[in-house]
Design a protein around this ligand. Structure first.
Ligand SMILES: Nc1ncnc2c1ncn2[C@@H]1O[C@H](COP(=O)(O)OP(=O)(O)O)[C@@H](O)[C@H]1O
Ligand SMILES: [Mg+2]
Length: 271
């Protein structure tokens, strides 16, 4: 098939959370619009909810970069698990001051500080990976949001066995819940094609047919992280043949055999 820069192709499918890697998909665009407009509603918290690999971090990252010029917004890309560090970062974000290492931010003091700013400022904090925060820290986050001076947008992994949002503390608050799902076949096709075209591989995009997308979707369920892994492996195998047995990959279509080999390598199907 196609061009022979498989090394470059496989690297298109390395997981990154970065606005430059974002591609417009119907579902992502819809969710993004709901997310952005939810910030104009009188909500205390907005929850981005979905299985790992459905694009939560990607949306949060995009929100930050789109709004940072015009809003008071802070982005905690990695969770800050120590309560001391967390409260410090919130205060630093709000005040623009740096707190010396040995000092602590007192929680009640922080609440009072928020209350004083009521109707004057609204500060948005974006917290990724909130399933990692402890219960007591989540409770503090909620109390802070009750002041309506700080608003939180949080992401939370949906797990198979436990309905996190059914938990007690999520019931009482004023919430917007945006649930992200795996891509359908159509969005998956757009995802793969836009990613390769963006890097100039129009020929590769043309060689991936509907039936290939179907096959990929069967194995990855349309999960973006899983799809990245699969496409990476496919191009890795192409890369190997190109370097070692180039005669075996001479056709101009996406090889079903290599799709299958990659599926075996990832344990999607048994050899
Ligand atoms: N809209 C999108 N545009 C481009 N890539 C995306 C998009 N959504 C997800 N991805 C890809 O899927 C991977 C997983 O998405 P991520 O946002 O990290 O999922 P989650 O945070 O839900 O686990 C990312 O590394 C990225 O490569
Ligand atoms: Mg994430």
């Amino acid at each position: 098939m196609m061009s022979s820069n498989y090394d470059e192709l496989k690297n298109i499918f390395v997981d990154v959370v970065d606005k430059s890697a974002y591609v417009e998909l119907e579902s992502a665009t819809y969710n993004y619009d709901v997310l952005e407009s939810s910030l104009d509603k009188p909500l205390k918290m907005v929850l981005l909810y979905g299985k790992p690999g459905t694009g939560k971090s990607m949306l949060l990252n995009k929100l930050y970069h789109n709004l940072k010029e015009n809003r008071e917004i802070h982005y905690f890309e990695a969770p800050i698990l120590s309560e001391k560090e967390f409260l410090k970062s919130i205060y630093e974000g709000m005040s623009g001051q740096v707190i010396p290492e040995r000092m602590r931010v007192n929680f009640d003091g922080l609440l009072k500080y928020c209350q004083k700013l009521k109707n004057q400022r609204e500060i948005i904090f974006l917290l990724d990976e909130c399933q990692l925060y402890s219960e007591p820290l989540m409770e503090k986050i909620r109390l802070l949001s009750d002041t309506r001076v700080v608003k939180f947008v949080i992401t939370l992994h949906k797990t198979e066995n436990e309905e996190v949002i059914a938990k007690e503390h999520f019931k009482t608050r004023i919430w917007e819940v945006i649930e992200l799902c795996n891509a359908n076949e159509y969005d998956l096709e757009v995802y793969i094609q836009k990613k390769v075209i963006k890097k100039g591989f129009v020929d590769v995009s043309n060689s991936i047919k509907k039936r290939d997308i179907k096959f990929i979707h069967t194995h990855t369920n349309g999960n973006f992280r899983e799809t990245n892994k699969y496409l990476y492996t496919i191009f890795d195998i192409y890369d190997y043949y190109e370097k070692n047995e180039p005669k075996k990959i001479s056709s101009n279509k996406f090889s079903r055999k290599i799709l299958e080999m990659a599926a075996i390598r990832l344990g999607y199907i048994n050899a």
